[in-house]
Design a protein around this ligand. Structure first.
Ligand SMILES: C[S@@+](CC[C@H](N)C(=O)[O-])C[C@H]1O[C@@H](n2cnc3c(N)ncnc32)[C@H](O)[C@@H]1O
Length: 264
């Protein structure tokens, strides 16, 4: 009887493995087909045209945020198609505006963002940081939007490297280091995994790569239900830090800026 139960369990395990393998293959196939579909190409061409018009009209940080839209202003002036339909930044307008001003004043050459979602904040860095030389982004899944991200980066004279993967995995860290090619990060923006362990791991892994006078931005340092406030209160005791943006415990909110070498 035990032998039979063991065989049944083994059979189920194989079936699960086969199922997982099949769904992985079909997801890969779907992506490959989607990336070649003529519909997708039309969507990209139209989205690119829309975005080019917006980029040509941008003069200020406010204009850039008008393009993307923000958390409470979801309808940005840019309206794309298909997977490129939105560049919305999941931020309060005031907090991302102030952060962008502060980071721009430092004229960073190298920026790493963990967690790019629609590409909203990535767009802000590309557009506002005066052709930042090296812009690196990591996300678990760019959901087929890479072409648009590459496009706005190229139009902004920024070399963008998107690394799809878990920021905690060694392969992702290796790819980030390769993209940095020995240069320190001037601005690190952490907006990926919001669990205490996750954001702490990101800070421990990528924090040491930040220049001695560099900045680290954390999103949601006051957002309940995430682990960011706990890490933030620890960091505030160890580093010079300030918070910007209002308190919005139910929505995205409050950015923390950590000054690695103190505030100058
Ligand atoms: C809040 S969104 C980022 C919003 C974006 N910074 C903006 O406002 O435009 C969080 C993103 O982090 C990504 N993410 C979560 N955990 C991650 C991890 N361990 N490694 C890389 N990306 C991660 C998610 O896929 C999601 O796209």
């Amino acid at each position: 009887m035990f032998e039979r139960a063991r065989r049944v369990r083994k059979g189920r395990r194989y079936a699960r493995l086969l199922e997982r393998g099949a769904s992985r293959i079909s997801r890969g196939l779907e992506r490959r087909l989607a990336s070649r579909s003529p519909l997708r190409e039309v969507a990209f061409a139209r989205s690119r045209r829309e975005l080019d018009e917006r980029m040509a009209a941008e003069r200020t940080i406010g204009d850039v945020l008008d393009t993307t839209g923000t958390f409470y202003e979801p309808n940005g002036a840019y309206r794309g198609y298909g997977p490129y339909r939105s560049l919305r930044a999941l931020q309060h307008r005031a907090e991302i505006a102030e952060l962008a001003h502060e980071v721009r004043a430092r004229d960073p050459e190298t920026v790493l963002e963990i967690g790019s979602a629609n590409g909203g904040t990535l767009y802000v860095w590309a557009r506002v940081l005066n052709g930042v030389e090296t812009l690196i982004s990591t996300d678990l899944d760019y959901r087929g939007r890479r072409a648009l991200l590459d496009h706005f980066a190229a139009r902004s004279e920024t070399s963008l490297r998107c690394i799809e993967g878990d920021s905690h995995e060694a392969a992702t860290t290796r790819a980030v280091r390769e993209a940095l090619a020995g240069r320190p990060i001037d601005f690190l923006y952490l907006d990926g995994d919001h669990s205490y362990a996750g954001v702490s791991a990101d800070f421990e892994t990528y924090g040491p790569l930040v220049a001695d006078d560099g900045l680290v931005g954390f999103h949601d340092v006051e957002t309940s239900g995430t682990g960011v406030p706990r890490l933030w209160s620890e960091l505030e005791r160890a580093y010079e830090c300030r918070t910007i943006g209002g308190t919005d415990r139910d929505g995205p909110g409050t950015t923390g800026i950590l000054y690695k070498g103190g505030r100058s």
